[in-house]
Write a new protein. Structure first.
Length: 77
């Protein structure tokens, strides 16, 4: 096989099946160990909705306490 200079002989490659344009690559692994990565989301959709609902309930409760405190202080003297 010939080595390709920067763009000279690459331009002559017309089809992918042209053997004069082929590159041979040898990949050698030291071992055949397979590493598998798994991803599990931190929250599932139901958990996210529960999380948001809890915060909405907390802020709604705080808001109602503030309104009641305001009414008690200024209106029901």
């Amino acid at each position: 096989m010939q080595e390709a200079d920067s763009e000279g002989s690459r331009g002559s490659c017309v089809t992918a099946s042209d053997l004069s344009c082929a590159t041979l690559v040898h990949i050698i692994f030291e071992n055949l160990e397979i590493t598998t990565f798994t991803y599990t989301p931190r929250y599932e959709p139901v958990g996210i909705l529960s999380f948001i609902g809890g915060y909405v309930g907390l802020w709604l409760g705080i808001s109602l306490l503030t309104v009641y405190d305001f009414l008690e202080t200024w209106i029901f003297r």
